[in-house]
Design a protein around this ligand. Structure first.
Ligand SMILES: [Mg+2]
Length: 198
C-alpha cells in the first residue's frame, strides 16, 4: 500500500457503480433510446438534432430517475467517506449522470452530508468524462494540485479522466475482466478494501 493514498487530501469519486452498486442496465438504456450496442450514449444524444434530441434526453432522464431511486450503497462506502471526512479531506463527485439525480441517489443512501452541492459535477456542469474538465473544476474550487488528488471509479472513462487531469487513479471493481492496468495506479475489489488501508 502506497503512502500516497494515506496522505492524499483530495478525493474525487465517480457515482454509479463506485459509490453505489452498479444498477444501470446500459444495454437496456441503449435499446430504449435506439442507440447501437457499445455506442457512447451522451455522445449519441449530443449529435442528434431537435426535437429528437430533447425527446430522448427526457426518456433518459426518466430511466435515470428510476435508477436513482433504486440506488444501493457500495460495499464500504460509509466507512471510507467517514474516515475521509474525519481526516478533513475534500470530497467530490464527477459523474456522467445529472447533478439532480446524483443528489437524489445520495439522499436515498444517506450520503448527502459528505458532498456539498458545489462539489458535485454532473454532465451539464462540465464536458463529461473521459474529458478531465469536471475534475479540473473541483481542483480549482479546492485550489488543489492534481498531484495531491485521486480519481476513483469503476470504469475506463473515470481512469482516463483522472490520468488526463494529472491525478492518481483508483480502479474499484469486483469484475476481474474489466481491468485497465495502464490507466490504474491502484486497484481494489471494493471501497471496503480501500477504507481499511488509509
Ligand atoms: Mg461508474
Amino acid at each position: 500500500m502506497s503512502d500516497f493514498l494515506k496522505h492524499c487530501e483530495h478525493w474525487i469519486f465517480d457515482l454509479d457503480g463506485t459509490l453505489t452498486q452498479p444498477v444501470h442496465d446500459f444495454d437496456l438504456i441503449r435499446r430504449e433510446l435506439d442507440i447501437t450496442p457499445g455506442e457512447d450514449i451522451l455522445q449519441h444524444l449530443a449529435n442528434l438534432s431537435e426535437p429528437i434530441r430533447s425527446e430522448k434526453v427526457e426518456r433518459l432522464d426518466q430511466l435515470e430517475h428510476f435508477y436513482a431511486l433504486q440506488a444501493k450503497s457500495a460495499n464500504g462506502v460509509y466507512s471510507l467517506l467517514e474516515e475521509l471526512s474525519h481526516k478533513q479531506c475534500n470530497m467530490g463527485i464527477v459523474t456522467r449522470n445529472t447533478k439532480a439525480f446524483t443528489q437524489l441517489s445520495l439522499s436515498v443512501l444517506n450520503l448527502s452530508e459528505y458532498f456539498p452541492s458545489e462539489c458535485i459535477i454532473g454532465r451539464d456542469d462540465a464536458v463529461p468524462k473521459p474529458d478531465p474538465q469536471g475534475i479540473g473544476k473541483l481542483l480549482s474550487l479546492w485550489a488543489a494540485p492534481a498531484s495531491n488528488a485521486v480519481m476513483i471509479g469503476d470504469f475506463k472513462y473515470d481512469l482516463l479522466a483522472g490520468k488526463a487531469a494529472g491525478c492518481k487513479t483508483v480502479h474499484v471493481s469486483t469484475d476481474r475482466d474489466m481491468q485497465w492496468p495502464e490507466l490504474s495506479d491502484y486497484r481494489y475489489n471494493s471501497l471496503a478494501e480501500l477504507a481499511k488501508l488509509i
